[in-house]
Design a protein around this ligand. Structure first.
Ligand SMILES: [Zn+2]
Length: 218
């Protein structure tokens, strides 16, 4: 079962939680075909899944542990390599002091990247309240970066986008998906849920022939 949010979790609890969340994200369509996943930081230890594995079948012993610099300090002792998302997750830890970061291959996020140029922009949607520091009648922007052949090659452009959009808690990748972070695993998860709703809403509003930047209003 998923435990309480901000409190310190034991090593065993974090491993179990990552497996649990990955199964949940798989059910949502955020982590199909080995894509997507979540990383959680507990004090100076960062937990990450292996690369290229079925995320819904992860076992607690499959999880890597990294230090604050992103170096692997504990590996599962198998042929696994640490997640391809490692430098991208590290961006959120380093630049935003995140407590957790997740990557989603949600169809909603992917489709949203196709209806905007360089930034996703919405306003007047209630679910914006679920994003830290964002009010419902403000305009909220999320940067969209170009995709690369290898996930790890997104690191520099993602870092630049994080610095350029300090109010965003996410970075979209065109034709690919989204990275979302939060102060805790629970905040990363709930913000990712709100963002996913906003991405779906924007696509739907566009389909209705209305302007997603105003939430279809005005
Ligand atoms: Zn990806």
């Amino acid at each position: 079962m998923i435990g309480p949010a901000a409190d310190y979790l034991s090593d065993a609890e974090v491993r179990e939680l990552i497996c649990d969340l990955c199964r949940h994200f798989y059910q949502l369509g955020w982590a199909s075909g080995t894509g997507g996943g979540i990383s959680i930081r507990q004090r100076d230890q960062i937990y990450m899944a292996p690369s290229g594995v079925q995320k819904e079948r992860l076992e607690p012993q499959d999880i890597f542990v990294l230090d604050q610099t992103g170096e692997v300090v504990q590996n599962p002792g198998t042929d696994f390599k640490v997640s391809e998302c490692q430098p991208l997750f590290m961006n959120a830890y380093r630049l935003r002091d995140a407590g957790a970061v997740l990557h989603s291959h949600s169809l909603n996020a992917m489709a949203a990247t196709l209806i905007y140029d360089s930034t996703f922009k919405v306003s007047n949607l209630e679910m914006m309240k679920g994003i830290q520091g964002v009010g419902v009648f403000e305009s909220h922007e999320v940067p969209i970066i170009a995709n690369t052949a290898r996930e790890a090659d997104l690191a520099n452009s993602m870092a630049a986008a994080i610095k350029a959009y300090p109010e965003a808690n996410a970075v979209l990748v065109r034709g690919h998906g989204v990275y979302v972070w939060g102060e805790t695993w629970a905040q990363a998860k709930t913000q990712a849920e709100c963002y996913d709703y906003l991405f779906a809403a924007a696509v739907k509003i566009k389909e209705l022939g209305l302007n997603p930047e105003t939430g279809g209003q005005g």
